[in-house]
Design a protein around this ligand. Structure first.
Ligand code: PHE
Length: 370
């Protein structure tokens, strides 16, 4: 087609062509640029929100993309103006879709960051590389440990373990042990008599008491076992003593009893010496002092040497014939020795403990050392 200026028809045609040309140009540039910009913006925004890990990073992304004044979405929106009229609805629709997508990316990121923050507050992050917290393991009480060790030592010397009740009658605590009614050891002020326990037996004339010595078990064993016997009995005994560094109203004893033919004082000495050197150490010094107990004849006190002085840790002796008779043994046939040692005192000497009260204060700082 030849255009000739001056012709009005041609001019109209030229204008139409020109306008057609400009339309096709705008369609090419305005719309596709706009769409390309929207796509780039969507990708950028989605990436930025996905990368945000903190509330600050999220806020920065929000301002950058959705900011009301100078956000990039706002900027791109301005490009809508260069989109030809007939393409505007499609461009607007796409713009709204993109706006929706970016808002969704923003909300998803916000929810993710909020949730992470909340879980961080309630539960510290688990770090498997940190050293573990040490567990506090419980221990046996030092007296229980001592009892186990004493059983072990005496077991090797051929003694088996016997047991008896802590609430006793007078026959086992006194009478059969040759302690007569008028003996000062039976004084109510020297013992824990139990009126309730006596009432429970239904016999007012048969008082009961917390045993004051483990010698009760000697009687209980011999009553039902024919000789020979070779036993130890370990357990609590009770006496209304005034409390001080070496006295406590409840403490533990280890009773020993050996009855057989031809048992002598030399056997007693050997066993106690062996026992002392096994438990307290080879270098321990012990000594026997003449003493008196109603149920042994002769009787001795045993002392060990500690802190430049001799300390008593128990009594011993040859079983009195009256005791053997009381349980139906024949003193002409058998003889025996017996001993009763204070377990706290042995444990104190072993561990250099100077106050018996420490055992029963229940202070874990003390108990944890054993
Ligand atoms: N039962 C005596 C006491 O408690 C100790 C002992 C036991 C003495 C056996 C001699 C024989 O003191």
């Amino acid at each position: 087609m030849i255009l000739r200026a001056g012709s009005s028809a041609n001019l109209r045609l030229a204008c139409a062509l020109a306008s057609f040309g400009s339309v096709s140009l705008a369609r090419h540039n305005g719309m596709s640029d706009f769409l390309a910009e929207l796509d780039a913006l969507t990708a950028d925004a989605q990436q930025a929100f996905a990368a945000a890990q903190t509330p600050d990073a999220w806020e920065a992304a929000r301002v950058e993309f959705l900011g009301a004044k100078s956000g990039r979405l706002k900027d791109v929106q301005k490009g809508l103006g260069s989109v030809p009229k007939e393409e505007k609805p499609a461009a607007g629709k796409r713009f709204n879709e993109v706006k929706q997508l970016i808002q969704e990316a923003s909300e998803t990121a916000k929810a993710r960051i909020d949730a992470a923050q909340a879980s961080q507050k309630s539960e510290p992050v688990f770090d498997p590389t940190l050293p573990g917290r040490p567990l506090r393991v419980g221990r046996l009480h030092p007296i229980t440990q001592t009892i186990e060790e004493l059983k072990d030592i005496m077991g090797r010397l051929g003694f088996s373990v016997a047991d008896g009740p802590e609430i006793e009658d007078e026959r086992h605590n006194f009478e059969a042990l040759n302690i007569p009614l008028d003996h000062p050891a039976r004084d109510p002020l020297e013992n824990f008599y139990l009126s309730a326990a006596a009432a429970a037996t239904g016999r007012k004339d048969a008082p009961m008491l917390l045993r004051s010595q483990t010698s009760t078990v000697q009687i209980r064993v011999m009553e039902c076992t024919p000789p020979p016997v070779r036993i130890i009995a370990l357990g609590r005994v009770y006496r209304p003593d005034e409390v001080d560094r070496t006295h406590y109203p409840m403490f533990h004893q280890m009773e020993g009893l050996l009855v057989d033919r031809h048992v002598t004082m030399a056997d007693l000495k050997s066993v106690l010496r062996l026992f002392a050197s096994s438990y307290l150490g080879r270098d321990v010094h012990i000594r026997f002092r003449p003493s008196f107990f109603p149920f042994t004849e002769p009787s001795v006190e045993c002392d060990y040497y500690w802190n430049n002085k001799w300390t008593e840790f128990g009594g011993a002796g040859m079983v009195d014939p009256n005791v053997l008779q009381a349980v139906g043994y024949d003193p002409e046939e058998v003889t025996g020795f017996a001993f009763g040692l204070g377990i706290e005192r042995l444990c104190m000497r072993r561990h250099h403990i100077t106050d018996i009260r420490e055992f029963y204060r229940n202070d874990v700082r003390f108990l944890h050392q054993f």
